[in-house]
Design a protein around this ligand. Structure first.
Ligand code: ACO
Length: 422
């Protein structure tokens, strides 16, 4: 059977055969027949805007793979920095490559001293850390004007190293600013996750103590959040990057997209929701209210997953590992009951709404001592590797600028009326 579809334009009787390649219809072939007739797809639900070899996501079967490697295996055996290398360069590194990559990241964690000292001076003390992070990432572009040379693969790699290395430094500074604590310098003797925890929570010299199981749990969360193909923030990065903006401006745009409660802001919203529910007795009335259209069950549902989000399954297990050290988060029982009630309810079952990555991640973050308003920042740190790998891939492919069409629905042409005659 041919891998194609045949379309007839009933207005003209003209017929065209459009090939299906890798499950997609070539928009250019389609537009030859239907010149000036656009797909109306405002949320891109049926539009593949990219060809990518980075992440494979099968939402019907709950499958997520980075460069072919199942997320479950990476979470169990790999580290975030190794995964970042895999996402960007396409292969798992050899020992020497991983050592060099880790060294490069570790030695680029400092930000320019001008920037460090005055970073957030103009902001209110209660500024949301995600707003601080977004603006500081954009601000970094002014320190690295060479980053504009996006056609040079070496320059691109240098900026990717800088961004992955510095984003935890900026994120921790955003938090310290919000609690009135002095910024902590990066410690090059620590691994990526532990260094971030130290910059967040270190109070005094000499050092920062953290059970390895807790930094390992954070590293696993970083792996799970590292990429998720063409999600809202990655699409924002691709659209901005397609104009050949520098990578700092590109990643700042992605941070802005991630901030929203429908995307990376959902983990913060989950905790607020669990707090609001307050006790197991309130779970059923809360679910009833959601079914009546009074709000959404945050941490549930996904545009692509119509089955369990595989990341949610790994995170749920990681939560128990963390609670062994920190004690159980009191909101866990509410979350478990909420999940049980929702998964037994036809409203959620018929709409294929399952827990997503955000449903349990906030409980771990809270147990690790992170305040709720930093949760989205904890998502932005690892997703930086994903955003950059897509940005780099897009530039390697020599893409055109993103410029969708619209369906015009405004008034027909009319003459200007002077203000005195309106
Ligand atoms: N609670 C209750 N009902 C929901 C939920 C939810 N969390 N999610 C979707 N629905 C319902 C909608 O009301 C709609 O019902 P209807 O058909 O009767 O109108 C149906 O399910 C389909 O919903 P859509 O909004 O069309 O689904 P969409 O794919 O556009 O949205 C989204 C996906 C944004 C993730 C949505 O499920 C949601 O808002 N979830 C809560 C926020 C959340 O957890 N976001 C994190 C996503 S993961 C991530 O970004 C990392």
């Amino acid at each position: 059977m041919p891998e194609s579809i045949t379309i007839t334009d009933n207005r003209t009787g003209e017929t065209i055969e459009v090939p299906i390649v890798d499950g997609a219809i070539d928009g250019a072939a389609w537009s030859k027949l239907l010149k000036g007739v656009w797909f109306y797809d405002p949320s891109f639900s049926t539009t593949a805007a990219a060809e990518s070899a980075i992440t494979e996501l099968d939402g019907e079967n709950g499958i997520l793979r980075y460069r072919g490697y199942p997320i479950e295996q990476l979470a169990e055996h790999s580290t975030y920095l190794e995964v970042a290398y895999l996402l960007i360069f396409g292969e798992l590194p050899l020992p020497a490559e991983l050592a060099a990559w880790t060294h490069e990241i570790t030695t680029h964690t400092y930000v320019h001293d001008n920037f460090r000292r005055k970073l957030f001076d103009p902001y209110h003390y209660d500024a949301h850390p995600m707003g601080l992070l977004t603006s500081s990432v954009a601000g970094m572009s002014t320190f690295y004007p060479d980053a504009k040379n996006i056609d040079d693969a070496g320059v691109r790699t240098e900026q990717m190293v800088r961004l992955i290395a510095k984003i935890p430094t900026l994120a921790a500074a955003a938090y310290r600013f919000s609690v009135g604590m002095p910024y902590v310098f990066p410690d090059n003797d620590l691994d990526y996750a532990t260094n971030f925890l130290a910059m967040m929570f270190k109070v005094a010299e000499p050092g920062f103590e953290c059970p390895p199981a807790l930094s390992k749990a954070l590293d696993v969360l970083f792996i799970l959040h590292a990429d998720h193909e063409q999600n809202c923030s990655t699409t924002a990065a691709r659209v901005v990057g397609s104009s050949h903006a520098d990578p700092y401006s590109t990643v700042a745009a992605a941070c802005a997209a991630l901030y929203g409660p429908r995307h990376g802001g959902a983990n913060e919203a989950v905790l607020r929701m669990l707090d609001e529910i307050g006790s197991i007795d309130n779970v059923e009335p809360f679910v009833d209210a959601v079914k009546e259209g009074k709000g959404r069950l945050m941490g549930f549902g996904h545009r692509v997953y119509k089955n369990f989000d595989p990341r949610a399954t790994i995170i749920k297990k990681a939560a128990y590992d963390v609670f062994e050290h920190t004690g159980k988060n009191p909101l866990l029982d509410i979350a478990l009951t909420l999940e049980e009630v929702a998964l037994a309810d036809d409203y959620f079952v018929s709409r294929k709404l399952y827990p997503n990555v955000d449903f349990y991640s906030g409980l771990i973050y809270e147990a690790l001592g992170f305040p709720t308003n930093i949760f989205t920042v904890l998502f932005a740190i690892p997703r930086t590797a994903g955003w950059l790998s897509h940005w780099n891939e897009m530039l390697e492919q020599g893409s055109r600028i993103a410029r969708p069409r619209q369906v015009y629905a405004g008034p027909a042409v009319r003459d200007y009326v002077p203000i005195s005659q309106r």
